[in-house]
Design a protein around this ligand. Structure first.
Ligand SMILES: *[C@@H]1O[C@H](CO)[C@@H](O)[C@H](O)[C@H]1NC(C)=O
Ligand SMILES: *[C@@H]1O[C@H](CO)[C@@H](O)[C@H](O)[C@H]1NC(C)=O
Ligand SMILES: *[C@@H]1O[C@H](CO)[C@@H](O)[C@H](O)[C@H]1NC(C)=O
Length: 338
């Protein structure tokens, strides 16, 4: 359990105790008992807070600091809290007395699961970097806040080392002293760097190359390579540090860019009209491709279809009138793709 949940857990313990222990209490008594109990739990939470920064002595010496964790879970602290639970109310003192054993069991059993934040292990030792800023604020201390763990730091992204003060490759040190470190991500051009721009690279990332004149890592234009990196029905798009292969427009058979105006040659069913590959309307050709009786030509992008004219049906590739006693006779037409 975490320290923060203590008040709530205690209330629950108290209420359960009341309900389980006093089944024959009549309702007026129960109500009074409840308010007494609530007062006790409130005061316990207050007492817990009051004693949070205390230790065995009065001062705050290093020796006492080390012993602080012992005080935190000690019987002395429990007693100090319990002393402040009731004023002179008989009922309150009676209730505390009655339940003291349970309170103690709970205190020593449950509380031993936890350590204060920033500390770990059986003795609640301070994490690396101190309990105020475990792992120097750049990582998570193993077992933090519990009686378990070995206190080792798991560093956040960008940091490394037992103390989480060093920067990983791809990050540079923005600020650094014995207790503080700020690592910042390199420019995308750099694999390793000493500062924020592409001029600060010590090594370029793949897809970037060292430019001697500019003393910087510049993007490689993969698209200008020979042979080109993309397939025949694709065009190449250079990006920062990489490139993309994008599918050509369907009007094209091979292309150097997006759209029907960047084709190398036009695909079947398209013809070059002033630099743009445009659909050929086969139905408008002097010789219509749908030459059977009652057929109708319908143009489509890159192709066309021969359908039966209105009122006719396709029967094995021939357009015929539907049977007279058919359900419906007009407005139907079967399609057949050529
Ligand atoms: C302890 O840490 C937990 C989780 O990181 C947090 O929710 C809680 O508020 C902290 N408690 C104190 C007293 O700082
Ligand atoms: C280290 O740097 C931090 C952040 O600038 C600063 O708060 C801290 O006082 C410094 N510590 C030392 C020992 O110089
Ligand atoms: C014509 O269309 C009808 C209804 O859609 C279908 O039952 C029939 O099989 C089609 N005929 C042919 C030759 O495709």
């Amino acid at each position: 359990m975490r320290w923060g949940g203590l008040g709530a857990a205690l209330s629950l313990l108290c209420l359960l105790t009341l309900i389980v222990r006093c089944p024959k209490t009549d309702s007026a008594d129960l109500k009074e008992s409840c308010s007494t109990c609530k007062q006790i739990t409130d005061n316990f939470a207050k007492g817990f807070e009051r004693t949070a920064k205390k230790n065995f002595g009065g001062g705050n010496t290093a020796w006492e600091e080390r012993k602080l964790s012992k005080y935190e879970t000690s019987e002395i602290r429990l007693m100090e809290i319990v002393e402040g639970l009731c004023d002179s109310s008989f009922e309150c003192n009676h209730m505390v007395e009655e339940h003291e054993d349970r309170l103690e069991t709970w205190w020593f059993k449950s509380i031993k699961v936890c350590c204060p934040n920033g500390t770990f292990g059986p003795d609640c030792n301070a994490c690396i970097g101190g309990s105020e800023r475990p792992c120097h604020g750049n990582g998570v201390c193993n077992g933090d806040g519990t009686r378990t763990g070995d206190g080792r730091c798991s560093c956040n992204h960008g940091y490394q080392g037992a103390l989480c003060l060093e920067c990983v490759d791809g990050y540079f040190s923005e600020e650094r002293n014995d207790t503080f470190s700020q690592c910042t991500e390199c420019h995308p051009a750099c694999e390793i760097c000493t500062g924020p721009t592409s001029h600060h690279c010590k090594k370029c990332k793949p897809g970037w190359e060292q430019d001697k004149e500019e003393a910087a890592c510049n993007d490689v234009d993969e698209c200008s390579r020979e042979p080109p990196p993309c397939k025949g029905d694709q065009y190449c798009l250079n990006t920062e540090g990489s490139y993309l292969c994008k599918v050509c427009d369907k009007a094209c058979s091979g292309c150097r860019g997006e759209g029907p105006d960047h084709c190398l040659t036009c695909a079947d069913g398209y013809s070059n009209e002033g630099g743009t590959c445009t659909d050929v309307d086969e139905c408008e050709l002097s010789e219509s491709p749908c030459s059977l009786e009652h057929q109708q030509c319908v143009n489509s992008q890159g192709s066309y279809r021969c359908l039966c004219a209105a009122g006719f049906q396709d029967r094995d590739g021939v357009c015929v009138l539907p049977p007279v006693n058919g359900e419906r006779s007009a407005g139907r037409s079967n399609g057949s793709v050529m």
